[in-house]
Design a protein around this ligand. Sequence first.
Ligand SMILES: NC(=O)c1ccc[n+]([C@@H]2O[C@H](COP(=O)([O-])OP(=O)(O)OC[C@H]3O[C@@H](n4cnc5c(N)ncnc54)[C@H](OP(=O)(O)O)[C@@H]3O)[C@@H](O)[C@H]2O)c1
Length: 335
Amino acid sequence: MGDIRQIVLTRRPTGAPVPEDFALASAPMPRPGPGEMLVRMRVCSCDPAIRGFLDDRPSYLPPVALGAPINGMSLGEIVESNNPDWPVGTLVRTMATWSEYYVIGADALGLEKVNAAPGVPLQHYMGALGPVGLTAWVGLFEIGKAKPGETVVVSAAAGATGSTVVQLAKAAGCRVIGLAGGPAKAQIVRDLGADIAIDYKSVPDLAAAIHEAAPEGVDVYFDNVGGETLDAILPLMRLHGRVAVCGMIAQYNDADNPHGNRNLWQLVVNRLNMRGFITYDHPEVLGEAQAMLDSLFASGGLKPLENVREGLEKLPEAFIELMSGKTTGKTLVLI
Ligand SMILES: NC(=O)c1ccc[n+]([C@@H]2O[C@H](COP(=O)([O-])OP(=O)(O)OC[C@H]3O[C@@H](n4cnc5c(N)ncnc54)[C@H](OP(=O)(O)O)[C@@H]3O)[C@@H](O)[C@H]2O)c1
């Protein structure tokens, strides 16, 4: 068999990633050993968390070595198998590498079968019907404990996770306030059903704008960005409010200079529960979450928002665009 193509890390980014940090490389076709499977990549996910794996510092996965392929979530099809539980033709989601083909064992991180419904675009299973939807669900309901009638604020609300949180929270009967950068993104958030969308880049005082939108306070803050936005919201939380910390993208490109949050004392004042989470630490609820996502999608109540490119070679530019804050919806590359 011939060589395969991969995207490798050529140098560690300083600040925002640039094209020179990545290269298209070729490698011999990997061969599955006993119990292993060879997978052909079909849909590759660009995730902000990957930025953390590119620095030589601890993240929740070890750093990518220089010259090695980048790690990322992938949806692929098993094309060769030495494991009867994972036959050829099975669609799988797993943590993999940015490679056309890769070998996994049954213990691969996050490995799960994908039951794609006929007629549904495969990429949705990497987006709102996959890891994105599950993250939104776990953060909103398992960590945030959102209940009907409560006020939910979500940041990066036109992004992959945020756009799904808006729709899930509305479906659950919450009042939803979405924060997004720019008028076009704010309009998208309104179109997704948010009661109020705030373009945080155009308001002179974000805390005042959120207070005006939620004069009774905020029950759940779904935090995608951290930084100044988190500072603005903590004093606006209601007694016993919940802050579901999904991510803090505002500081991923500048991990050497983390924002010094000033309002953590509000955790005590408002008896808040602020908790970080990683979706796949909650396997016990993922079945329930997937069922809600699937049925909401089938009834038209969940519209996957996506930013899709084609071709493995497009992965670096797709990731760079994601980390520049310009994208809306889930950034995916079809292979
Ligand atoms: N805990 C988990 O298991 C888990 C799983 C998946 C993702 N996450 C986290 O969830 C968050 C959202 O991820 P996503 O995949 O849904 O991405 P995304 O929201 O589609 O894209 C990132 C968005 O973040 C906003 N942003 C704010 N400050 C930024 C900055 N300094 N640089 C770049 N973007 C900035 C931008 O929107 P605006 O223009 O509206 O500011 C940007 O479009 C991230 O923090 C990610 O790490 C966590």
